[in-house]
Write a protein that binds this ligand. Structure first.
Ligand code: ZN
Ligand code: ZN
Length: 274
């Protein structure tokens, strides 16, 4: 096994509607990069509608498991491969989310908010008739409901995802003054009380922005006693597997974290960062 201690626990494959990546190519890239382990986390979003009304991001779970589970064993002498999920969290889908994976085949579930009022803030329509502050606060108000209602996830994904799509280039680069930290603190407390964690996601770095969540939220999580944290590239292509995770590890170490959590069978194991 490689000496490198870096784990990438957020990777999409062709089972996500927004990726065409071959999972084996991603594993090969992870091995070539010297990663210690990876976890596939394809999208499943109940009730995700595109502006034209069409469904999106519904995972073919049976085929997904059939294709990916055998890869764990196939590459086990070279790299740790886990199979997880990025579950879109919404309160109306709470029952469906609770019943997901009843046979407990998955290693890890990231819970993410991609949809508010049925619309992804990626689309301009989300921001219509809202100031930037209102749009951001509304997103976190939804998250506060989601995190209290839903339990079937392990870490919250890219907690300030909304910031990637702020319709103002300057604020998008540094939205810290626009974050409702009172509300975000309450969300983090619920996450910690439930024994769950958050992830540090490097996709923002790839876009010239920052790792999500930003330092202000990460510091608050640490201050509140949050201990469970994972790292992920959110790769949708083989060449992005492991992207800037060394930077993520450095950020975590500078914040004060000593360990990252690596999930297997939905249980965290704590690995030293340095
Ligand atoms: Zn996501
Ligand atoms: Zn993702």
């Amino acid at each position: 096994m490689p000496n490198n201690k870096i784990y990438d626990q957020h990777i999409h494959t062709c089972f996500s509607d927004d990726s065409q990546a071959d999972p084996e190519e991603e594993i090969k890239q992870a091995i070539a990069t010297g990663l210690a382990g990876i976890c596939f986390t394809d999208h499943n979003d109940f009730g995700y509608k595109q502006p034209d009304g069409s469904d999106h991001f519904t995972l073919d779970f049976e085929s997904y498991l059939e294709k990916l589970l055998p890869l764990k064993k196939k590459y086990s002498d070279k790299i740790k491969v886990c199979v997880g999920l990025e579950q879109g969290l919404t309160v109306p889908a709470a029952d469906l989310i609770a019943d997901f994976d009843p046979e407990k085949k998955l290693d890890f579930i990231i819970g993410s908010t991609h949809v508010v009022d049925g619309i992804d803030p990626y689309y301009d329509i989300y921001w219509e008739q809202k100031s930037i502050s209102e749009g951001i606060r509304h997103y976190f108000e939804n998250m506060y409901d989601e995190v209290r209602t839903i339990d079937n996830f392990d870490v919250y994904g890219h907690l300030d995802y909304i910031c990637r799509y702020i319709p103002d280039e300057k604020i998008k680069k540094d939205p810290r003054d626009f974050l409702p930290m009172d509300l975000i603190s309450e969300i983090l407390k619920v996450i910690i009380d439930k024994g769950k964690g958050i992830e540090l996601n490097t996709a923002g770095l790839r876009r010239g922005l920052f790792a999500n969540p930003c330092d202000k939220i990460l510091n608050e999580y640490y201050r509140l006693g949050g201990e469970i944290i994972t790292t992920g590239s959110d790769a949708h292509r083989p060449e992005h597997v492991g992207y800037d995770l060394d930077v993520a590890y450095r950020i975590l170490a500078e914040t004060g974290f000593k360990y990252i959590a690596v999930f297997t069978g939905r249980k965290p194991e704590f690995m030293p960062i340095s």
